[in-house]
Design a protein around this ligand. Structure first.
Ligand code: ZN
Ligand code: ZN
Length: 103
């Protein structure tokens, strides 16, 4: 394996790390779901569900279906901003969003 192959594998891996499983694009405002710690774009987090009495609000992860409990109707309090993904995107997002088809 040449150095080029190693670099290529690394780029692929990093790109996968900062790609949303729902929209298949680089994260925009990445948020963690607390139950499973999957990261999604803020706008890819599904709408909040309530149980039949409407007493418990929850958000289910589109990636693994684990349910995170929330107390606010917009699910905001259940979400944790993913600082790591944010930082990664800040530093290399512009590189990853270039056309890398040749990779
Ligand atoms: Zn997304
Ligand atoms: Zn999940």
């Amino acid at each position: 394996m040449s150095d080029g192959d190693v670099a290529l594998g690394l780029v692929r891996h990093v790109r996968q790390t900062v790609t949303c499983s729902a929209c298949k694009l680089l994260f925009r405002s990445p948020c963690l779901l607390p139950a499973c710690l999957h990261t999604l774009c803020r706008q890819c987090i599904p709408p909040v569900d309530s149980d039949c009495e409407g007493s418990q609000l929850s958000v289910s992860c589109p990636q693994c279906s684990q349910v995170s409990i929330t107390s606010s109707p917009d699910g905001q309090d259940a979400l944790v901003k993913d600082y790591f993904a944010n930082k990664l995107l800040e530093s290399i997002g512009h590189l990853l969003s270039l056309n890398l088809c040749e990779f």
